[in-house]
Write a protein that binds this ligand. Structure first.
Ligand code: ADP
Ligand code: ASP
Ligand code: MG
Length: 402
């Protein structure tokens, strides 16, 4: 007998018909003699709708109350799916995050899972129940409900698979797997049979929404093999796992991220310690900084530019404005930008990758504002309005149409 964790995203449970479809997938797995734990997200656009409702009332609500609100979306889904499974005649129980033992830290809005107390899950499985767990939520040491950040249900599923030593962890979504680019935007994007944790982590971090990046971190840490597949078709999906015999593809995927703000500080004193003071201030505020560029000094000054998530832009400006040694500088913020990236473990051994990517951008007349590279990715910062064209051009260069 195997334990199988199945996660269904918002579009897979968007309406009654889709909920019944999921109930059938789950009960078929159970019928085959498996124990099944199911994690579900809020239906369709529920989470976005809830955010909108909050903004109508208070554009700056406390993160705690936001979590109380947003966690309600998943509560609806678990109850409806449990009812659908009851209707098909199978034993089932739905559990909220705290009931399923999810303990998180108290960073409301993007809480991290600290542990899962698995007793209840084990008891319910022991009673032969199909267990339906609300994704995206847990409880912190203050007994408050927390949420894990957008797309966090993927992490809930992978964390359960790790804690329960599940035999399989399937992430069902609305596309047939992980593609070389967003299949809704790029027509000849190809489905990948396999991808390594490291490549998937880069793709997810750099904007490929199909898996949440923390879920990939957890999968890598606990060596949970993932299968990403469609809840609407019956086709094999993409396996995410440690690199083994996998073909080292030169480029595994191209992705874009428009959730980026570029902050530039013009006219910073060209003396030691400035970068340290700026970035330690931001670190103390828990602000994640991505691409950093420092200009060559001219006279006694230089410029420093870097990117942060759009949601952190205001806080970053406030933090910088409070630094006395920056009072004579000019601080700018540009949010009409996008980061476009190519990811692939094989690029390390292909010296021409960056040149091919820049040529694709040049052929579209797209200007590059910043560049960042690692062993397995190249990212460029460009105007947001060029982003889709850039992805298509880069994808076309690496995956030419046959
Ligand atoms: P779910 O509701 O199941 O969690 P998401 O909307 O979070 O689904 O993620 C699935 C979406 O991710 C797809 O509909 C697709 O448009 C998008 N996507 C972006 N990049 C990729 C990619 N490289 N491969 C597959 N899907 C991608
Ligand atoms: N419902 C949450 C969101 O929309 C969590 C998830 O879908 O994974 O972000
Ligand atoms: Mg998702």
């Amino acid at each position: 007998m195997s334990l199988i964790v199945q996660k269904f995203g918002g579009s897979s449970v968007a309406n009654a018909e889709r909920v019944m479809n999921v109930a059938r997938i789950v009960t078929n797995t159970y019928k085959e003699g498996n124990d099944v734990v199911v994690v579900v997200s809020a239906q369709g656009d529920t989470t976005d709708d809830l955010i909108e409702k909050a903004m109508e009332i208070n554009p700056k609500p406390s993160k705690r109350e936001m979590d109380v609100l947003l966690s309600s979306g998943e509560q609806i889904s678990i109850a409806l799916l449990a009812m659908a499974i009851e209707k098909l005649g199978y034993p089932v129980i739905s559990l909220l995050g705290w009931q399923a033992g999810f303990v998180t830290n108290s960073t409301y809005g993007s809480a991290r899972i600290k542990k899962i107390k698995t007793d209840r899950l084990k008891n319910e499985i022991g009673r032969k129940n199909i267990v339906i767990v609300a994704g995206f939520q847990g409880v912190c040491k203050y007994d408050d409900v927390t949420t894990l950040g957008r797309g966090g249900s993927d992490s809930s599923a992978v964390a359960i698979a790790a804690a329960m030593h599940a035999d399989r962890c399937q992430i069902f979504t609305d596309v047939e797997g992980v593609y070389t680019a967003d299949p809704r935007k790029i027509q000849n994007a190809a489905k990948l049979d396999e991808i390594t944790y490291d490549e998937m982590l880069e793709l997810a971090t750099l904007g490929a929404q199909v898996l949440n990046n923390r879920s990939v971190e957890i999968a890598k840490k606990y060596n949970v093999e993932l299968e990403v597949l469609s809840s609407l078709t019956r086709k094999p999906g993409t396996i995410v796992k440690e690199a083994t015999q996998m073909e080292r593809m030169f480029i595994r995927g191209v992705t874009k991220d428009t959730n980026v703000a570029r902050i530039s500080i013009v006219g910073v004193s060209d003396v030691p310690g400035i970068a340290f003071k700026i970035f330690s201030k931001l670190a103390a505020k828990n602000i994640n900084v991505d691409i950093i560029l420092q200009s060559v000094g001219r006279g006694n000054t230089k410029d420093i530019a870097f990117t942060v998530g759009k949601g952190n832009a205001d806080e970053t400006i406030d933090a910088l404005s409070s630094l006395d040694f920056l009072k004579d500088t000019k601080i700018n913020c540009d949010t009409d930008i996008a980061k476009v990236s190519a990811v692939g473990a094989g690029m390390e051994s292909h010296p021409g990758t960056a040149a091919a990517m820049f040529e694709a951008l040049y052929s579209e007349g797209i200007n590059i504002q910043m560049i960042a590279t690692s062993e397995i990715k190249i990212s460029v910062l460009i105007d947001a309005r060029d982003a889709d064209r850039a992805v298509a051009a880069i994808h076309g260069a690496f995956f030419p149409e046959e």
